[in-house]
Write a protein that binds this ligand. Structure first.
Ligand code: C2E
Ligand code: MG
Ligand code: MG
Ligand code: MG
Length: 279
């Protein structure tokens, strides 16, 4: 019992909470300790040129190695960090760790390799710019090799405010990608005049792509991206047929289980040294 007498154990016996609420409360208490306590880690998923499999970047994805529950994915705890006021601390950790990962991977590759870092909408504000600046300072990495992924839902925010916030991030030299594009009902026109460098097409539009099936959404995204001079990454590629069709449509970059699941930093280093991901 002494071994489990952490904050979760105390909350676990609170009589007023329902089971699910209790479990959530335990997780929240644990998460507070996890962020500063070395329980978070980043995995990296390669982003490749569809035409030849050359790895040009990685997306950093956070995981929580929970002492009792095992490894938890971000869908289990990022929303809790957002609602409990912990996303600033979590985000700062991800930023500093992600930039360090970018340094490692660029050094290993001996050529430019970008690292995407996911940013929560709740993180926006003065601290985000400050933390980004802090993470980039003192690191021998081209800031353009750090790409901040913001969710498409953010495009619905006040336009002037958003342009200002993204402008502040861009002022550090980092680049900006719009994640999960196509899911948020925001019109493609919303992208115009925003300092966005990369569009990530959501997996929803990629999975099940077959020859002859309509691909208007992807074609539309590619067209506007080309006209705005933005690069495009297709997410969630699992099949060679999907990869081939995306390439035919004119999509340059992709990521997904076809190439690799998210892996540790050492594995990512080895992967980039092993050459293109021929699939
Ligand atoms: P996302 O940014 O859209 O990341 C892509 C997700 O799709 C990842 O899930 C990845 O493992 C998964 N994925 C990649 N390729 C495939 C595929 O071929 N098939 C399928 N079925 N899935 C694939 P993951 O790691 O569970 O992350 C889920 C979401 O959590 C991310 O979606 C992102 O929104 C959020 N997230 C991850 N890391 C962070 C972080 O450091 N900070 C914040 N704020 N959010 C994060
Ligand atoms: Mg992402
Ligand atoms: Mg995504
Ligand atoms: Mg997604």
């Amino acid at each position: 019992a002494a071994k489990n007498a952490g904050p979760s154990a105390r909350i676990a016996y609170h009589p007023g909470l329902r089971e699910t609420g209790r479990q959530q409360a335990m997780l929240i208490a644990d998460l507070r300790e996890a962020i500063g306590g070395g329980q978070l880690l980043l995995e990296y998923q390669p982003i490749a040129v569809l035409a030849d499999g050359l790895i040009v970047g990685f997306e950093a994805l956070v995981r929580w190695q929970h002492p009792r529950l095992g490894r938890l994915g971000p869908d289990r705890f990022v929303h809790l960090a957002e609602s409990e006021g912990l996303i600033g601390d979590l985000g700062a950790w991800v930023l500093s760790q992600g930039v360090a990962g970018a340094v490692t991977l660029n050094t290993a590759a001996g050529r430019p390799v970008f690292v995407d870092i996911n940013v929560s909408p709740v993180q926006f504000g003065p601290r985000l710019t400050q933390d980004l600046h802090h993470a980039l300072t003192g690191h021998a990495v081209d800031p353009a090799m750090v790409v901040l992924e913001v969710t498409e839902t953010m495009l619905g925010s006040d336009r002037q405010w958003l342009a200002g916030e993204l402008g502040k991030l861009k002022a550090t030299g980092a680049r900006v990608a719009v994640d999960d594009f196509g899911t948020g009902y925001s019109s493609l026109a919303r992208l115009r005049d925003l300092p966005v460098d990369i569009i990530k097409i959501d997996r929803m539009f990629v999975s099940g792509l077959t020859p002859g099936a309509p691909a208007q959404m992807i074609a539309g995204i590619l067209q506007i991206a080309a006209s705005l001079d933005m690069d495009v990454v297709a997410e969630g590629i699992e099949q060679t047929t999907e990869r081939d069709l995306l390439a035919e449509l004119g999509c340059r970059l992709g990521q997904g289980y076809l190439y690799s699941r998210p892996i540790g930093l050492a594995q990512a280093q080895a992967m980039i040294l092993a050459g293109p991901l021929i699939r």
